[in-house]
Write a protein that binds this ligand. Structure first.
Ligand code: HEC
Ligand code: HEC
Length: 350
């Protein structure tokens, strides 16, 4: 390649342009003040046509402005105690809205006992966490914010939000006053209710587009039903939202008792909420303790009827057999539940 002389016409024009630019920005004192923060307000997404209507709390109606505010807060690390974590830090697009770790690591590098679950279609759930101990998205968000995940002092974090004029203006518009911890979690929850998955290749096929998936996927769906995975990974959400012991972690010295801690019923020992299989190809490591690295191993484990223990749900989960080609098809079917994740970080108020 011919090397460019330092004073070639191109370099000269670039240099002139550069100096022009410099002299323009040099007029800084007469520049108008930085424009006010403009939130990106998007229309509310369509709800799942194939599922019952999402139940929205009466005291937290959805508006595009509130969702836009919640989206900023969801992505804002300044909410956390040490400025290191936003909600999004552990619920990332590229990891199927999980964090890609076996078990999560919270603010101040605090080790948390469980794996980050996906948030797809979370607004359709009524109980939250692997053990369902939280009764609303609002309560869950508050717990995550002040607990180990975000490690925040609510008062101090709320003051940081109120110190930013871009946030103050939005809280005024959306809630008619300044930010409070309650309003912050309401806005975040409104945003979470827009995290909807209903347009995967699998969904498009079910809606009639035969070309949306290949034959492998179609066969894999039959395998999924034949093996009765849908006893628990049921319907559009791919979860029955019930709690089952499938044996994961029961061989630990002190097993995570899961749902038992909430209900006190012995039969709930080691039972966890059935996770949705949406975006499952991206959300490893798998299970509540992140103990299984690959989707193939997870599927093998489930086909094998889970891990035997006293509380195993033997009614819904039976040891089955599948040929290698059936397994391949099943994995292809699971891959067809992958989302085109559109969650992107908004510009944040400074
Ligand atoms: C450090 C990582 C981390 C951060 C930060 C974090 N989460 Fe999570 N999230 C988790 C883990 C781990 C769980 C599961 C905990 C459990 O089941 O005990 C979870 C569970 C959830 C659930 C329940 C999902 C279900 O299937 O029931 C929701 C909703 C959620 N997080 C939203 C949020 C919001 C909102 C924020 C910000 C306020 C947030 N998360 C911040 C790791 C994180
Ligand atoms: C008895 C109900 C039940 C049946 C039947 C069932 N599952 Fe599950 N599945 C669960 C529960 C509950 C978990 C989470 C358990 C845990 O983390 O301790 C799970 C977890 C998984 C995971 C890991 C999900 C994640 O996000 O980490 C995969 C993959 C999976 N199941 C696939 C299957 C397949 C494939 C079948 C059929 C061969 C099947 N399951 C049958 C209840 C069930």
């Amino acid at each position: 390649m011919r090397s460019m002389h330092p004073l070639s016409p191109v370099a000269f024009t670039v240099a002139i342009g550069f100096f022009l630019g410099m002299s323009l920005t040099g007029c800084a004192p007469s520049e108008p003040p930085a424009p006010e923060y403009q939130p990106e307000i998007l229309p509310l997404p369509e709800q799942l046509a194939t599922y019952e209507e999402m139940s929205i709390p009466e005291d937290n109606p959805m508006t595009p402005e509130k969702v836009a505010l919640g989206r900023q807060l969801f992505f804002d690390k300044r909410l956390s105690g040490d400025g290191s974590r936003s909600c999004y830090s552990c619920h990332l697009c590229e990891n199927g809205l999980t964090d890609g770790l076996p078990t999560a690591i919270g603010a101040r590098e605090k080790k948390l006992p469980r794996s980050s679950p996906t948030l797809w279609n979370i607004g359709y759930h009524s109980e939250f966490y692997w053990d369902g101990r939280s009764g609303s998205l609002e309560k869950q968000a508050l717990a995550a914010w002040k607990g180990g995940n975000m490690g925040a002092d609510l008062e101090a974090a709320t003051a940081r939000i109120n110190a930013l004029s871009g946030y103050r203006a939005q809280f005024q518009t959306v809630f008619g006053g300044e930010a409070t911890p309650e309003r912050i979690v309401q806005a975040i929850s409104a945003f979470e209710r827009t995290i909807i998955s209903g347009n995967t290749p699998f969904d498009r096929w079910r809606a009639g587009d035969e070309a949306a998936v290949g034959e492998e996927v179609k066969r894999g769906y039959e395998v999924f039903k034949k093996l009765e995975c849908d006893n628990c990974h049921d319907g559009v959400l791919q979860t029955d939202m019930q709690y089952h012991n499938v044996g994961i972690g029961m061989d630990a010295e002190k097993p995570d008792v899961g749902r038992f801690k909430v209900t006190g019923k012995e039969e709930d020992t080691g039972a966890f909420k059935t996770p949705t299989l949406r975006d499952i190809a991206k959300s490893g490591p798998y299970f509540h303790n992140g103990s299984v690295a690959t989707l193939e191993e997870s599927v093998d484990l489930m086909i094998g009827g889970g891990k035997p223990n006293k509380y195993l749900d033997r009614t819904n989960l039976k040891k089955r057999k599948a040929t290698d080609s059936e397994k391949k098809d099943l994995i292809a079917f699971l891959g067809s539940l992958t989302n085109d994740c559109q969650l992107t970080a908004p510009k944040l108020p400074e």
